[in-house]
Design a protein around this ligand. Sequence first.
Ligand code: DGY
Length: 326
Amino acid sequence: MTGKPRILIARAISPEVVQRLEQHFEVESNQDDVVWSPQELVRKLQGKDGMLATGLQAIDAALLAACPQLKIVANMTVGYNNFDVPAMTAAGVQGTNAPDVLTETTADFGFALLMATARRISESEHYLRAGKWKDWRYDLFAGAEVHGSTLGILGMGRIGQGIARRGAHGFGMKVIYHNRSRLSPELEAECKARYVSKDELLASADHLVLVLPFTPENRHAIAAAELAKMKPTATLINIARGGIVDDAALAGALREQRIAAAGLDVFEGEPAVHPDLLAVPNVVLTPHIASATRGTRLAMADLAASNLIAFFEGRGALTPVNTPAG
Ligand code: DGY
């Protein structure tokens, strides 16, 4: 390669990270935050050696074939379901994600969403703003207990463990979890978490938090059959990925109060939200903001930048998700 490597930044990011990248690369940034179509993205990628992505740009076989110069795509997100990993590996393209830097922030948000959902904070605020609050009533927006209740976690990676610690140590909750693989005894003790089958998790949790990655196998991991196994008083929280929950089935369960409430930060086909979810009151809806604090978003973009820099300096990517062929 002659001259500096050329990289594309797919969306607006913290200006200080753009400046850092400009010290190492010829950079085309997108600080106007234009959302490019797949065709526009391919056009922008012509002649680029690398890209900083935000987890939304599909890196598939068609894009890779059209961008033969591309060597690395660095996501600033921990999730990388925008990557066709086998296609990237076969094309010799490095993929990286941004783990760890957002763990505690996302666990904070998962817990905030759980509390807002269980204690009906959005629903009661809408009622107040609509001028409907006329007097005190013993059962006005009576919600579900959080402290001392049973917290279920589906997907016990780093974020799941962060939520478990908050529940067990901060709120005296009994923590149960289900995961592809069981945690070590040391981690189970630290999280005060007990491993159970998925069926036991569904049947026993007062609050069920989903923190599993999106894979084809996890699509609709929570659908009508799973919702039917939950307690009618239970709350369901999804901070994982859209598509893990069957949103139409969930809206039906909420409407018929087969479960008490849900808190959702991610949606099937987002930013579109299933219209039936918008029509039920017992759901708290947020626009995929679990990792959105100023400090964490900066750290996420900075880790993606570090991946690009390390890769092009020949030190190897810091947080790779594949080992490219060739
Ligand atoms: C991630 O990092 O995967 C988050 O969903 C983005 O906020």
